[in-house]
Design a protein around this ligand. Structure first.
Ligand SMILES: C[S@@+](CC[C@H](N)C(=O)[O-])C[C@H]1O[C@@H](n2cnc3c(N)ncnc32)[C@H](O)[C@@H]1O
Length: 205
């Protein structure tokens, strides 16, 4: 069962409440993005590996049309209850990202990832990058906050190599911003990197 590629692995962590990554609040740098010019005039969003759903719910509150998926039933149940309390609508899916229905191809104007890329099996990260680009609409944006970018062993989450990630995502997408000057919570300052990529116009997957 010790396999990050299986939903059981994540489900067990949520059931045991061993979710050290969880901020219990929307990600500060994501709130900044929601209010930024980058997201202006874009509505249809996917939050990948949404966990308890704080970011997805925050985006829905700001008027985005949000689909949010996660492997874990427990996390999505929590997220649905929270969305109900907050009186917002989010299309929450219990789904393996790699198996997302083909009807979603070329459909999202924004895809957001926080602390999900680091949870993906390093052997599948190129596949992950390819799938992100397939799901984006031409001109759509992929916003990712890479964490943790320092060398470390073990998981979850695994470490993230910024150069490697940039190479994977740049194969199909154009990098438009890459910075560590973001609003990180204190223990993560200097340990995370915001990148935004754009899918070139005319590109289909
Ligand atoms: C480290 S957690 C981060 C959760 C959330 N983004 C947050 O910041 O709290 C990684 C999440 O990705 C989900 N996940 C990992 N691999 C997945 C996959 N292949 N499909 C869907 N969800 C996946 C896990 O269930 C987990 O909720």
């Amino acid at each position: 069962m010790n396999d990050v590629n299986k939903s059981d692995f994540w489900e067990e962590l949520y059931r045991n409440n061993t979710v050290a990554w969880d901020l219990r609040t929307p990600t500060p740098a994501f709130i900044d993005l929601l209010n930024s010019e980058y997201f202006l005039n874009k509505k249809k969003m996917l939050v990948v590996g949404c966990g308890y759903g704080y970011d997805a719910i925050e985006a829905a509150k700001k008027g985005f049309n949000v689909t949010a998926l996660d492997f874990s039933d427990t996390a999505i149940e929590f997220a649905k209850t929270l969305a109900g309390k907050e009186k917002v609508s989010v299309n929450f899916l219990v789904e393996d990202f790699f198996n997302l229905n083909t009807s979603f191809l070329n459909s999202f104007e924004i895809i957001f990832d926080y602390v999900t890329y680091c949870a993906i099996d390093p052997a599948r990260r190129k596949e992950y990058a390819d799938k992100i680009s397939q799901l984006l609409k031409p001109e759509g944006l992929f916003a990712i906050i890479l964490f943790p970018v320092e060398n470390r062993v073990g998981g979850p989450p695994f470490a993230v190599d910024v150069n490697e990630a940039t190479n994977f995502f740049s194969e199909k997408l154009e990098l438009i911003i890459s910075t560590d000057k973001i609003n990180s919570i204190k223990p993560r300052k200097g340990r995370e990197f915001l990148q935004i990529y754009r899918k070139p116009n005319g590109a289909q997957s």
